[in-house]
Design a protein around this ligand. Structure first.
Ligand SMILES: [Zn+2]
Ligand SMILES: [Zn+2]
Length: 657
């Protein structure tokens, strides 16, 4: 029998008979590995443990510690769910059932819509099938035979899938669980070896769906679930989902009176007064960060002639994502979806010497993207938004310093917000513009900047844009979710397209490099993240209302108003609750509105010129003079997200008096 050579991740290699299944390689390495094995990676492609090694190859065994294990497990759990559904509801037709970022789903054609108790029954059945440790088997079926089989079973959707996905193939792969009577699905796989490997899963919800997501097609029921490699991970995820529901920015945005939407302006928020205050606070904060750091703020047009978009390349690749409008002369125009091209025109409107560089533009004007109505969601996916956008025009040798400077700004902003982040450097992709030497130089400068700034980063080899390398930042929120927010992207293409140059020390023209950068990204999306990060209880510097004065009765109104006026004069955002309600009710309302400080005023306070300070968390901070409260509040505002706080200072003050 002929032999093949397999190379293991540690570089060692061994010779095995051709046709040896991957499983046997695991067994040869160690019995422990064989027990933990879920699949194999052969020459970079994930395969079943039963895969026969028929030629020399690099082989790695996938266990629950491998990065690939999660998606594999989730896809296999989707099959397990489909097996449970078809057993409990005979006659069910199966659609597709992929793994997702968060778990998995499967679409079914059923006689009647699912009810919540159906999900419980399906989950119980899944547990039963898992405990029986049934085998997932890959079977190769002649294509026509497979089509006839699924047609005869009353599964025309599977026949359609085979038709579309396997044109020209003689055979198609199907996976059974135990046998084809228990469950069979047309699927390319791979899968875990048996249902016993699936130990931590939970069904979450069901919804209406359509075949291929198109409302003109057959109506289906989608069941969502999630699966993990351990119970601990599953529990952590379920807690995160519960917590995320409580913090949902769409719910909190309504309850806190921050923003609203109207069907006549899909994907464009109406910012109420408190939301506008929050928005402007964040927008002005970014100005305070950027303007003393070499940026100038500019405003460029919102509607541009298509000539601009043809030059930038957006007209051919991105036209559908832009709102197109016509000028009074019938000119074809489009609303900008990004600021970059406007900044190029602005830069090119003047001759620049090397002495002026870097030139850094910052712009916050609104952008529009013609997103499909179906994908719009709260503030996270909108059609109108603004960014803390910026473009730096630099000489090639300035890239390192500029990026190091940017990294410091990113660090400062996320420290202020009390959020951690992880930079990711993405390098030259297969298809790229420009020569290798330029890329190597740019990447070396980015690495150097990350190291000088003391940032620990990960590398995504080949993940860069075709027009230049980039650094993205994953920000982690209070409940452990990751959001991609900040970005630093080098661009060698646009300076060519827009002929962007500077006059060098040698008195000749040179090409600039453009750095696209954002620290928060879209303000709309970032505010959604912040609302959920803080669960609506903003730190004092961001809180739309920082303090509310609560008179105990009408005769304290005048004193209450004078307190409010003094706070406002001191630059604090203070309001007065003038309603004729009981003080307990007013306090509860202010707590629900998550106002950081409640200043209760009654006879004693009016006589002594003080306020009784309560925190939104319910803490009673005792009595304070108005000046002491103002000083402590200003100090807390200046500390932003960092702890310090009025409360600590006030307790000192109370202790002293
Ligand atoms: Zn499948
Ligand atoms: Zn840009």
């Amino acid at each position: 029998m002929s032999q093949v050579t397999i190379t293991l991740p540690d570089g060692s290699s061994r010779s095995v008979p051709a046709g040896t299944p991957v499983r046997d390689v695991a067994t040869q390495i160690s019995p422990g590995l064989a027990r933990a094995a879920l699949a194999g990676i052969v020459d970079g492609r994930m395969v079943d443990l039963s895969y026969a090694l028929d030629r020399d190859a690099d082989v790695r065994i996938v266990t629950d510690r491998s990065p690939e294990a999660l998606a594999l497990t989730r896809h296999s759990t989707a099959h397990l769910m489909a097996a449970a559904v078809t057993q409990l509801f005979p006659g069910t037709q199966c659609g597709i059932g992929p793994a997702t970022e968060e778990g998995f789903f499967y679409d079914f054609v059923v006689e009647r819509p699912f009810k919540p108790e159906d999900l419980d029954a399906i989950e119980r059945k899944m547990k039963e099938l898992a405990s029986q440790d049934l085998i997932y088997e890959r079977q190769m079926w002649p294509r026509e035979e497979a089509k006839a089989f699924f047609a005869q079973r009353g599964e025309p959707l599977k026949v359609q899938l085979i038709d579309e996905k396997t044109e020209g193939q003689a055979e198609v792969s199907c996976y059974t669980i135990k046998d084809k009577d228990t469950f069979i699905d047309f699927c390319v796989g791979p899968h875990v070896p048996s249902t016993g490997k699936l130990k931590a899963f939970k069904l979450l919800s069901h919804s209406n769906a359509y075949w291929k997501g198109d409302a003109r097609n057959q109506a289906m029921q989608r069941v969502y679930g999630t699966a993990f490699l351990s119970d601990r991970d599953l529990k952590a995820h379920l807690t995160q989902i519960e917590e995320a529901k409580k913090r949902d920015h769409r719910k909190l945005g309504r309850e806190l009176g921050l923003f609203t939407f109207h069907p006549w302006a899909p994907g464009a928020a109406f910012w109420q007064d408190k939301g506008t205050t929050l928005y402007n606070t964040l927008a002005n904060y970014m100005r305070d960060v950027l303007l003393p750091n070499g940026y100038v703020e500019v405003k460029t047009p919102i509607v541009f002639n298509k000539a601009l978009w043809e030059t930038s390349g957006h007209w051919s690749h991105y036209r559908e994502n832009m709102f197109q409008v016509h000028g009074s002369e019938g000119e074809e125009m489009a609303m900008k979806a990004m600021n970059c091209p406007g900044h190029y025109l602005l830069y090119a409107s003047d001759v620049h010497s090397y002495r002026e560089l870097p030139i850094r533009f910052h712009e916050q004007t609104p952008l529009h993207r013609n997103e499909l109505a179906g994908v719009l969601s709260g503030l996270t996916r909108v059609r109108q938004f603004s960014q803390d956008d910026g473009h730096c025009f630099v000489m090639p040798e300035q890239i390192g310093d500029e990026v190091e400077r940017l990294l410091k700004l990113v660090r400062r902003v996320y420290d202020d917000l009390g959020m951690s982040f992880q930079p990711k450097l993405s390098t030259r992709p297969e298809e790229h513009l420009g020569d290798k030497a330029t890329w190597d130089q740019a990447e070396a400068q980015l690495r150097g900047a990350l190291e000088k700034a003391g940032e620990r980063y990960v590398v995504d080899e080949g993940g860069g844009n075709f027009y230049g390398p980039k650094i993205d930042f994953d920000v982690t929120d209070a409940i452990g979710r990751k959001w991609q927010c900040a970005t630093i992207q080098l661009d060698y293409q646009m300076p060519e397209r827009f002929d962007l140059k500077y006059i060098g020390a040698d008195n000749t023209e040179h090409r600039v490099v453009v750095i696209h950068r954002a620290i928060l990204g879209s303000f709309e999306r970032f505010i959604a993240i912040l609302i959920e990060h803080y669960a609506g209880a903003f730190p004092l510097w961001l809180a739309p209302v920082q303090a509310v004065v609560l008179p105990i009765s009408d005769r304290h109104l005048a004193y209450g108003a004078s307190v409010r006026d003094r706070l406002q004069a001191a630059g604090l955002r203070a309001t007065l609750d003038e309603r004729q309600e009981k003080i307990g009710y007013k306090i509860r309302e202010a707590q629900l509105q998550k106002v950081p400080y409640m200043l209760v005023v009654g006879d004693r306070e009016a006589e002594t010129g003080t306020v009784a300070v309560r925190e939104r968390s319910g803490g009673d901070r005792g009595s304070s003079t108005i000046e002491a409260f103002i000083d402590a509040a200003r100090d807390e505002v200046s500390h932003k997200g960092k702890p310090a706080a009025v409360s600590a200072q006030l307790s000192e003050l109370t202790a002293e008096s």
